[in-house]
Design a protein around this ligand. Structure first.
Ligand SMILES: [Zn+2]
Length: 555
């Protein structure tokens, strides 16, 4: 067999540590099997039909559905006698979320003696300047420079100290709020960005304009409410974790980009020789220099609280109970989308990650029902904000409510409820695991002991197919980065992650509780329960004997 030298050395190293720590092959005792048997498909199904019901509204962060789910988890932990491990003796680790938005009630635009309301007649779609900015206006057609197509909207005009009004049919995108002109495609954007081609926002920034006014194309008028939903509301961020989300690069220093209603647009062009809304404005031109438009933006920041749910099942050993095996999932998903094309507006997130949420709950219940306690304690964390960017896991690792140095390993469960049926040829399910298989990611990356126990527990129990293909650091899916375990790993805690694979309902409104394979979910959950028990009773905590490859730590 062809192997490189390094691989040979590694295998050798692998053997030494586990042997050195006298770790026996895993054997599942009858008592442990009875404990695991407390986890049932029926139990999982009843919890999941609650957590992923339409009533939870897809558990966005923040949302009422998320808060109700948190209360549900807390209620059960209290009933089962768990120790609260959140803030101040509670089960919640609170996280303050904040968003900087516009005080619509006090913001206005004024032109020609007329005042227009925020939200109804204009809204800011990018930029973060506030206060009152009054300036003259220049009209710049579609606002683009595309030298490869001999397009330059700024040939005869100077935009310095002015608002640039632009009109372009087509659909705005996050990248270009002013859509590409008709007949121009991305391939036409050749040469140097900002010189040989530039959108209105970039040109405005580079040439000292005070802002850009996007005039109401047919698309904008028809989709005003949708745009108001999308642009009228900025995103939340976690106050203690990061600076407010940066504006898209093209708008960084330009104060503001506005979209205007027909009423505002017609007031802008009142008394001018041409009005793009009437289709008679060909080339760019300066509007009456005495005419000024005044945008008055009043900032407002909104804060709401959300929470991780944190509890501990205390271990039985006088010394080892100070150490913890952590087990977690994310109890949030992406919420609802009122503008969704189909009738179903709720992203229920039954598999993602309702399945993990209730699997962790069932593991907690099995511990509570068991006659004996493991030696080490078991730390349970249900993370919020995973879909927003692993918020809850990052927060817990940066502001832990327990002594995180004593966390010996973290077991993460994110999507274990779906299985690919024989004969399923749907390309969207090509990587979905079968009824008796699951992906295991990361278990062999930091601690050979954790890797061995994860593998051996399965071998000694249900012998499911453990697929390690996503451990390849070159795998383009980068699943190692994409769920909560990541922040524990970066924090130096060995992790193991269970995942069923992307499928046809991944991040779709169709991710419902009645599509879950509860038999598979029961098998995976019981196996993870036993893996947790093995780790909790280990004589010596798993040693970190491997470095995460740089590709994985991004360092
Ligand atoms: Zn997920």
């Amino acid at each position: 067999m062809k192997k490189n030298l390094f691989a040979f050395l590694l295998t050798f190293t692998l053997l030494i540590p586990s042997a050195a720590f006298g770790q026996q092959a895993v054997r599942i005792t009858p008592a442990e099997r009875r404990m695991a048997a407390a986890i049932t498909a029926a139990q999982l199904s009843s919890y999941l039909h609650f957590v992923a019901s339409d009533a939870m509204g897809g558990r966005d962060t923040p949302s009422q559905g998320l808060d109700i789910t948190a209360e549900f988890i807390k209620m059960n932990l209290q009933r089962w006698g768990f120790k609260p491990a959140g803030d101040n003796g509670t089960f919640f680790q609170k996280m303050a979320l904040r968003r900087d938005t516009v005080d619509a009630a006090n913001a206005f635009v004024e032109i020609g003696g007329l005042k227009f309301a925020y939200g109804k007649d204009f809204m800011r779609v990018a930029g973060n300047n506030t206060g009152s900015v009054s300036a003259p206006i220049v009209y710049a057609g579609n606002g683009w420079i595309v030298k490869s197509k001999n397009l330059n909207a700024y040939q005869n005009i100077d935009v310095k100290g002015k608002y640039i009004a632009v009109y372009a049919e087509g659909i705005p995108s996050n990248q270009y709020i002013v859509p590409l002109p008709t007949g121009v495609v991305a391939a036409d954007l050749q040469g140097e960005f900002g010189r040989d081609w530039a959108d209105a926002v970039t040109y405005a920034r580079q040439n000292g304009a005070v802002g850009v006014i996007v005039l109401p194309s047919k698309f904008l008028q028809e989709n005003w409410e949708g745009l108001r939903q999308r642009f009228g509301r900025t995103r939340y961020y976690v106050e203690k974790l990061a600076a407010p989300p940066a504006a898209p690069p093209t708008t960084a220093s330009v104060p503001s980009i506005f979209v205007a209603s027909p009423e505002v647009a017609n007031s802008i062009f009142a008394g001018e020789s041409a009005n793009p809304l009437r289709g008679n404005a060909g080339n760019s031109f300066d509007l009456n220099p005495n005419k000024k438009i005044n945008f008055n933006i009043v900032p407002k920041s909104e804060s709401v609280m959300t929470q991780n749910v944190v509890g501990v099942w205390e271990g039985s050993d006088r010394v080892l109970k100070n150490e913890m095996v952590a087990i977690g999932a994310h109890y949030d998903h992406v919420g609802t989308n009122p503008n969704a094309p189909g009738p179903d507006k709720i992203w229920n997130g039954a598999d993602d990650d309702g399945s993990g949420t209730v699997a962790v709950l069932a593991i907690a219940e099995a511990l509570a029902k068991a006659k004996t306690r493991p030696k080490r304690s078991v730390l349970f964390v249900w993370h919020a904000g995973e879909e927003k960017g692993l918020w809850g896991a990052e927060y817990f690792n940066k502001f832990p409510t327990v002594d995180i140095k004593n966390v010996v390993a973290q077991l993460n469960i994110d999507m274990i409820g779906r299985s690919k049926k024989p004969g399923d040829t749907n390309p969207k399910n090509k990587d979905l695991t079968g009824e008796n298989a699951i992906y295991v990611i990361g278990s062999e990356m930091m601690s050979s002991t954790l890797g061995a126990i994860t593998k051996q527990t399965n071998d000694a129990f249900l012998k499911m197919t453990y697929d390690y293909k996503y451990d390849d650091p070159k795998d383009t899916n980068r699943f190692f980065f994409r769920s909560d375990h990541y922040h524990y790993a970066v924090n130096g805690i060995p992790i193991a992650f269970w995942f069923d694979g992307v499928h046809e309902d991944y991040h779709q409104p169709g991710d419902h509780a009645d599509k879950i394979d509860y038999t598979k979910m029961e098998r995976v959950t019981r196996t993870i329960f036993l893996t947790m028990l093995e780790l909790a009773d280990l004589k010596i905590r798993p040693q970190i004997d491997k470095q995460l490859s740089p590709e994985l730590t991004g360092r």
